[in-house]
Design a protein around this ligand. Sequence first.
Ligand code: KIV
Length: 286
Amino acid sequence: MTQPSPAQKPVAKSLYGGSGSRRITVRDIAAAKERGEKWPMLTAYDAMTASVFDEAGIPVLLVGDSMGNCHLGYESTVPVTLDETVMLSAAVVRGTTRALVVGDLPFGTYQEGPVQALRSATRLVKEAGVGAVKLEGGERSADQVELLVSSGIPVMAHVGLTPQSVNAFGGYPVQGRGEEAAQQLLRDAKAVQDAGAFAVVLEAVPAELAAEVTRSLAVPTVGIGAGSDCDAQVLVWTDMAGMTAGRLPKFVKQYLQMRELLGGAAKAFADEVVTGAFPAEPHTFH
Ligand code: KIV
């Protein structure tokens, strides 16, 4: 009997931690919303870290443009380039076998219009092998979403606080406060869903509004600073693991103090080098 193609294989039973011999697809994501199953997403920027998250059963990994602040040493996401995103997305794809890898379109690679967006997204799909792309914006990005989706590229949209607009926002303020802003956020989320987005990130949005958006959409919402009623939750991995230096947003929970642990390991190594305790006999060839 011939094997079913990946498209024909049954959808995954559970997104988080479920075993499977194939990658998670956007069909699995849609099925999870129907089941009412919540799921986690993390960012990843390199093959080794991505393989840890893949082994941990994280079903969706975002090669976010947060790589700007968290991996490449920029002050914001704004300077991130498409070449950088293609290179790091390819590494994350190579490091994983199960997760759906989503590549983030950087600032300036889709705002000109749908054709520019398609050209940029095509590079991420062809050169890096991602299964989907993400872009920021609601109504203003709906035409881009529509062309990508009709061209066969699944799109995760991102509304609310969109960090690529940091210069226009004058920082990273909570979005959707007040009736008018709340209505605009609802229109934005609806617009990208209607354009074909398979999921919508809601960043820094009051929990009550995020719950209303989640109820009114047929596609899943992925919250970051948007309360507990979203269908999924995402965190930047360096924030989640306590690797990021400095002040963190209120919505971050740290599950590890990795910066302290890694610094401690580096100091222990350095101390042993200066005292001559390392390398010892077990680490030595004769
Ligand atoms: O770039 C990123 O990491 C993101 C998430 C915070 C959603 O956009």
